[in-house]
Every structure is written in structure tokens, then in C-alpha cells.
Design a protein around this ligand. Structure first.
Ligand SMILES: Nc1ncnc2c1ncn2[C@@H]1O[C@H](COP(=O)(O)OP(=O)(O)O)[C@@H](O)[C@H]1O
Ligand SMILES: [Mg+2]
Length: 189
């Protein structure tokens, strides 16, 4: 999804994730979704990284044993070993992202939903996230993301939705939508 600030991109992701119900109409989601929306959403600030991981896995219905197996792969991916026993309120934005992204991708979602949060990661972690997202895509899973137009987005997505003031302006192949969107921006400038 692309569009200016306030276009309704995050609202649409919240609807798909089920965080908010639509006031009219229906949303149909086929598959288990993991979402990365606001940094820290779904986590408790007073619990440690470790406790938050186990809590998240349990809430998603994983058994104690499964949660502990997942725990190791989540911490490995996040590279947060030194901080995993500290409460989340002491984490920087980049560290929160590391935790949230690692949890979301390691819970093996069929649909991965990502809002504009990756930008707070350092360059090395961003590259690692991008690689992981492509891996998930290549497994045939669905990725629904909001992003600023970038070369990565063109490669990652087949289809784009352009939103403006809560309305759908265009739905089509990503190249066409980006071209139209950038054309509009240029004419406005
Ligand atoms: N909880 C809410 N209640 C009412 N209006 C909201 C709420 N959240 C966002 N909005 C409004 O909805 C519009 C779209 O917001 P949002 O989906 O966050 O935009 P985007 O993610 O595209 O920048 C904005 O005008 C915003 O002020
Ligand atoms: Mg937003």
C-alpha cells in the first residue's frame, strides 16, 4: 500500500489484523496473520524481552515446549542476547523492532503484515529483515505492507493499492501504480 500520511494505510492494516472492526462492510482474511504495526504493540513494557516472547507465543496457542523452541530462534534472529532479560521499557526503538520483527517472522505466519516500522532498524538489521521477507515471499506466503516507494518494494510486491484520504485511487501491478503515484507527486510539486 502506498499513499500520503493520513491516507488510511495503517487503518486498513488494523482492519485486516482485526485490531479494529469495520464500521461498515466486511474484511475476509484467509490464513494465520502475524502483524508488525506500531513498535511495542502486543508487548508489555514491564516484562522482559524473554517474558514477552513466551507470552506472545502462548497467546498464539503454542504449547510450552513449542514456545521454548521458538524462543531460541527468535532470540538468535534478534541478536538481543545481552538485553533479553531486561524489561522492554529500557529498549530503544531499534531494539523493539528487533524483538517485534523476530517474533512475527518466527511464528511462521501465512500472512505477514508490516507497517512502516522497518526504518528504525540499523542498516545491517534492515538488510537482514529484507532478506527474511523475500524468503517468506518465496515460500508462497502473502505479504501485505505499507512502505515508501523504494526499489525493494518494486521487487517484493506484485500488486499495489494507492490510497488517498481513505479512498482507493488505484489497484494494479506495482509498476503501474508507482508510476501513476509518482506522476501525481511531480505534478503537485
Ligand atoms: N482511531 C482513530 N479514530 C479516528 N480517526 C483516526 C484514528 N486513527 C487514525 N485516524 C485518522 O484516519 C486517517 C488515516 O490515518 P492512518 O490510517 O494512520 O494513515 P496512514 O497510515 O496512511 O498515514 C487520518 O486522518 C487519521 O487522523
Ligand atoms: Mg501509517
Amino acid at each position: 500500500m502506498i499513499g500520503a500520511n493520513g491516507a488510511g494505510k495503517s487503518t486498513l492494516l488494523s482492519l485486516v489484523t482485526g485490531l479494529v472492526p469495520p464500521s461498515t462492510g466486511t474484511v475476509t482474511v484467509s490464513g494465520r496473520a502475524a502483524a508488525l504495526l506500531d513498535l511495542g504493540s502486543g508487548f508489555h513494557p514491564d516484562l522482559t524481552g524473554r517474558e514477552n516472547i513466551i507470552l506472545n507465543a502462548s497467546l498464539l496457542g503454542f504449547s510450552r515446549k513449542q514456545a521454548h523452541d521458538l524462543y531460541d530462534s527468535i532470540v538468535d534472529f534478534s541478536e538481543l542476547d545481552d538485553f533479553i532479560k531486561e524489561p522492554l521499557r529500557t529498549y530503544s526503538n531499534g531494539m523493539m523492532l528487533r524483538l517485534a520483527f523476530s517474533v512475527a517472522v518466527n511464528l511462521d505466519p501465512e500472512i505477514l503484515i508490516i507497517d512502516e516500522v522497518l526504518a528504525v532498524g540499523d542498516q545491517k538489521f534492515q538488510a537482514k529483515c529484507t532478506e527474511k521477507i523475500f524468503e517468506i515471499r518465496n515460500q508462497g506466503k502473502t505479504i501485505l505492507c505499507v512502505s515508501h516507494v523504494s526499489p525493494t518494494l518494486r521487487e517484493l510486491c506484485d500488486r499495489a493499492l494507492w490510497l488517498d484520504h481513505g479512498q482507493l485511487v488505484m489497484d494494479g501491478p506495482i509498476r503501474d501504480v508507482i508510476e501513476a503515484y509518482e506522476g501525481r507527486l511531480t505534478r503537485q510539486a
